[in-house]
Design a protein around this ligand. Structure first.
Ligand SMILES: C[S@@+](CC[C@H](N)C(=O)[O-])C[C@H]1O[C@@H](n2cnc3c(N)ncnc32)[C@H](O)[C@@H]1O
Length: 363
């Protein structure tokens, strides 16, 4: 999607925007503030319902890569670098270079690194990195909710392969959904169809308790997206196709989001532990079904380039088209899971309706 943005201009906007978001969970009503959803995602990634953001991805690395810790890691858009520090404490990597353009996030990260006794193992670079710059070689490239902020994801995935040493590892845990949040008609229908089953109490707008959230989910306008953060989901719809191109050996695990990210957006703030647990479970079952149908917002990918191969000698093939249309996931994750997904979706929606009727008759 061409928005005539230079990387410098976009990064300057992002730096300002992200300097005001100094804590990971300042906005209520987001899925990452709900431990049950985080555990669900972790279970999809590594088979265990672990607590903590990206804990599943870390466990997957620990279970898969025999020679840990890796020596040198790098992350672009690392924010306060906490997830990179978590990689160090999990024994996955010894040292990490974090490139981040928002000064407040870097300042916060340096404090956290000091508190965790990791200042000598995490180096913050408060600047924009040019993918053509020679910064040497690394053993781990980590993208965590940051690749979707790059203006050209194909260029950055090519860079990721180029900077990796033979045997180097790519770990990606990111938003891979529609560019600039221009949700497909199909995803909007699935999300709205679930939203309509929710009881009124779960549709109260937690920011303005006298208002209700809309039942019909809509796309933001491109103008709204650009005004808030011009790097947000700038080219995210191409991530999966570009990943296949540059890291054909990577395994991708879809972690969903059509329900927990789209349908439950803001509504999750109203879910009470012990009261709405079953409904949340069903929501996540629906989300699984949609992931199996190829409709996902998030994915975790783990790839290791062969020890003997040099990244620059392989031809990655033609660049993927500028934006990946509806149903991208179906191609990426295989049609064989679609039938299972459809069956699960229908069953879970029926179950959700049953639960909502029970809650309704109790209130
Ligand atoms: C969604 S946040 C994720 C931060 C961190 N990886 C995490 O998961 O907590 C995206 C971050 O990317 C940063 N960013 C955006 N564009 C960037 C660029 N071109 N270079 C470096 N950082 C960038 C933003 O300032 C922001 O801190």
């Amino acid at each position: 999607m061409n928005t005539d943005l230079s990387p410098e201009k976009a990064a300057a906007h992002a730096a300002e925007h992200w300097s005001n978001v100094t804590t990971a969970g300042s906005a209520r009503g987001r899925w990452w503030q709900v431990p049950a959803i985080v555990r669900h995602i972790n279970e999809r990634v590594c088979g265990e319902p672990l607590n903590g953001l990206s804990a599943g991805a870390r466990q997957w690395v620990v279970d898969t890569i025999p020679e840990l810790p890796l020596d040198r890691g790098i992350a672009i858009g690392g924010g306060n670098g906490v997830k990179e520090m978590d990689l160090i404490t999990a024994g996955i990597v010894r040292t990490v270079d974090v490139f981040e353009v928002a000064p407040a996030r870097v300042a916060q990260g340096k404090e956290v690194a000091m508190e965790r006794g990791l200042s000598d193992r995490v180096t913050f670079h408060e600047r924009l990195l040019d993918p053509g710059e020679d910064i040497g070689r690394y053993d781990l490239v980590h993208w965590n909710n940051a690749l979707h902020h790059m203006l050209d994801v194909d260029e950055w995935l090519a860079w990721s392969r180029r900077v990796l040493n033979p045997g180097g590892v790519l770990l990606l845990d990111d938003f891979v959904g529609a560019t600039r949040f221009q949700w497909s008609r199909r995803q909007l229908d699935y999300a709205s169809s679930f939203r309509r089953t929710l009881p009124d109490a779960l549709l109260v707008d937690h920011r303005y308790p006298d208002r209700h959230l809309p039942c019909e989910i809509a796309r933001p306008t491109i103008t709204q997206m650009l005004a808030s953060d011009p790097t947000e989901a700038a080219d995210s719809g191409r991530i999966l196709a570009s990943l296949r191109r540059h890291f054909p050996e990577a395994e991708v695990r879809a972690t969903g989001g059509v329900i927990y990210h789209l349908a439950l957006s803001d509504s999750v703030a109203n879910f009470e532990r012990g009261v709405h647990d079953t409904l949340l479970e069903v929501a996540l079952l629906l989300d699984d079904a949609l992931s199996d149908l190829g409709e996902t917002h998030y994915a975790v990918a783990l790839g290791r380039i062969p020890a003997a191969a040099h990244s620059e000698i392989r031809d990655p093939g033609p660049r993927p088209a500028p934006s990946v249309p509806t149903g991208q996931g179906a191609r990426s994750f295989g049609l064989r899971t679609r039938a299972r997904g459809l069956r699960l979706f229908r069953r879970a929606r029926q179950r959700a309706l049953g639960i909502v009727r029970t809650i309704g008759s109790r209130n």
